[in-house]
Design a protein around this ligand. Sequence first.
Ligand SMILES: [Zn+2]
Length: 290
Amino acid sequence: MRRRNLLLSVPALLAAPARAAPALPVVASFSILADMTREVGGPAVAVRSLVPADGDVHVYEPRPSDLLAIRGAALVVTNGLGLEGWLERLLPASGTTAPVVVAAAGVTPRHMAEGVDPHAWQDPRNGILYARAIADGLVRVAPDQAADIRALEQDYARRIAETDAWIAQEVATVAPERRRILTSHDAFFYFGARYGIDFIGVQGIDTESDPSAAAIAALVRQIRAENITAVFVETMTSPRLARTVARESGAVLGGEVYSDALSPPGGPADTYLKMFRYNVTLFVQAMRGG
Ligand SMILES: [Zn+2]
């Protein structure tokens, strides 16, 4: 009898673990926060990203299904720092009573001429603070899962710190005077400040429209005058401008990097940590001269 009971109990355990509670529905504003929330929440959460992979969180237009997802969520995870203006209207409209995590609440914000720079996740040390804020929010709505969530958070923080150390090592292989990159969107100032890379934004050109020949010529002059070694564009913006100025200035066109959105699953940057591995490999290659 004893033996038979044991045999029966094994598949029963596999099918229904003792701690199986229904996964908490969590809504994250964009794909990077959704990935972080999955890391920290593990099997305790079912995460939905409002802005899809490869989407532009700055100009997102919410769909009716987003409203329903927020209404049904146990927790809402946002970046804050003014990134998700559209969400500030959506949250009250949804009627949600779920707590809202502001993942960037603990970071030291950087300021630009236009206001606060929201791209704080691009410094992995901030990523650790994000993970902490998300874990705090999850523990608040699922206190019975606190031990598991804290263990996952600690493991994730350790892996983020490892990635940070790896990036510092990689960047150290580039001569300091070559660490100058032009990007089409000002998303890498936190990253640049962390690793000693100058990211220079495109001056005087609206990247949404077709630049004039005079504007392109001005940009080529800027690249030469500022000794910029590499030009990058983001996955979500048109590569045409960067391609033109790289060709005419002699800077290396570094390819597409991920700043505000992950790639779809199976793509080269489908997690926060893979995004760093992918971007840094391209940045370092381009700064060394292609
Ligand atoms: Zn951005």
